[in-house]
Design a protein around this ligand. Structure first.
Ligand code: KIV
Length: 282
């Protein structure tokens, strides 16, 4: 329930993110769980509970596997695990496209049930009306333009945007529409570098790049990609700052060996029965 969640007073607000346009780059990462949110919170400005959770944690082929219940559950966990980051929760596909009323209802449910600061949705010119309606109802919105993972089936793959003049013009129109609709920031994903840099110069809200440009006002990566936990395809734009795949595989190998040769559990991991002061804690 929203009442059990931490207050948002001490958090970085969407309007503070908005004011950081052109300043020190905004540090953003996705987070889906309580322990990872706790680890990331001191280091980031913004945590996105991305619908990438459907792929990263639930094993779906695309983000279309995300549901509003899934986003709410992970949003609550990230809110419990963070105290200062601005927390944004993705609106999953199918929860906002049909009408402004549907979009406002879904956004309201996400904010009420998680306590998050803002929601994110994908689309530019076509979704500007939905963004404006949610903002008019007092809920801050982050836009998302360029490569749109929720459209990957329709587009037949993860296609980089901005390769033609016509496509760059469409991207610029999307960015301007999202800004005019009242979004406090916009993710630019999977574009030619110069297009993202150009959009960053043209709009007054912060651009958050992923596979975009170092000139964006901030950067975001999927946390599992960034720490080297992704077991399937790692996109070209990802830099792995750690290699947790091999750390986990190595730990599992050692554990399996010690269980099989009975060296785990050792004396330090069992209860001797000699303590008569009442039950000892695990
Ligand atoms: O769902 C997600 O993780 C995202 C990021 C890629 C920006 O939308």
């Amino acid at each position: 329930m929203a009442t059990e969640l931490p207050t948002t007073d001490s958090r970085i607000s969407p309007s503070l993110i908005r004011q950081r346009k052109g300043g020190t780059p905004l540090v953003c990462l996705t987070a889906y769980t309580y322990p990872v949110a706790r680890l990331l919170d001191p280091h980031v400005d913004l945590l996105l509970v991305g619908d990438s959770v459907a792929m990263v944690l639930h094993g779906h082929q695309t983000t279309l596997g995300a549901s509003i219940e899934m986003m709410v559950a992970h949003g609550q966990a990230v809110m419990r695990g963070s105290a200062r980051a601005c927390v944004v929760v993705d609106m999953p596909a199918g929860t906002y496209e049909d009408s402004a009323a549907q979009a406002v209802g879904s956004a309201r449910r996400i904010v009420d049930e998680t306590g998050c600061q803002a929601v994110k949705l994908e689309g530019g010119v076509d979704m500007a009306g939905r963004i404006a309606a949610i903002v008019a109802n007092g809920i801050p919105v982050m836009g998302h333009i360029g490569l749109l993972p929720q459209s990957v089936e329709k587009e037949g793959g993860y296609k980089i945007k901005g390769r033609t003049d016509e496509n760059v013009a469409a991207l610029v129109a999307d960015a301007l529409a999202v800004e005019k609709a009242g979004a406090f920031s916009v993710v630019i994903e999977g574009t030619i570098e110069a297009a993202a840099a150009d959009i960053t110069r043209r709009i007054a809200i912060p651009t958050i790049g992923i596979g975009a440009s170092p000139d964006c006002d901030g950067q975001i990566l999927v946390i599992d990609d960034m720490v080297g936990l992704t077991v399937d395809r790692v996109p070209k734009f990802v830099k792995e700052y750690a290699h947790l795949r091999s750390v986990i595989a190595h730990a599992a190998e050692q554990y399996a060996s010690e269980v099989r040769n009975r060296t785990f559990p050792g004396p330090a991991h069992v209860f001797s029965g000699s303590n008569t002061n009442g039950g000892d804690d695990a």
